[in-house]
Design a protein around this ligand. Sequence first.
Ligand code: 8DG
Length: 131
Amino acid sequence: MLIVTAAAMVDADGRVLVQQRPEGKAFAGFWEFPGGKLEPGETPEAALIRELSEELGIDVERACLAPACFASDVAGDGRPMLLLLYVLRKWRGVPKPIEATALRWLRPVELHRITMPPADKPLIGLLEALV
Ligand SMILES: Nc1nc2c([nH]c(=O)n2[C@H]2C[C@H](O)[C@@H](COP(=O)(O)OP(=O)(O)OP(=O)(O)O)O2)c(=O)[nH]1
């Protein structure tokens, strides 16, 4: 089972950051929460801190990652996947689309209107209640 961690980064206006997956990857053009797969031996939190640094160039403290909800579906390569979503309200730096095609800040209700991977769909309603 593949474990993927992702962050719902919430700004002061209650908007959430999503990034667009680049060409050449599974779900290319889809919008996702920043994050990625655990490397061998990595904790979910360490993986997420590493991915947020690599993908967005931001620094995150372990204590700022609040476990929020999860989803179970298939990953882009068809493997069974468990997606762990954390809510994050505090970070250092300004997020930049280092690996993604683009970034957008959207209210949770607006996430219904963009194309996200199937695993993310049940997370949207949960985020509307949480954010
Ligand atoms: N980061 C992220 N990944 C998601 C979300 N929803 C979802 O199904 N996924 C899937 C897409 C990928 O199959 C997997 C995350 O893998 P990844 O971002 O570390 O790696 P990748 O597939 O982009 O490519 P690679 O680094 O293996 O080349 O989880 C989401 O909201 N955020």
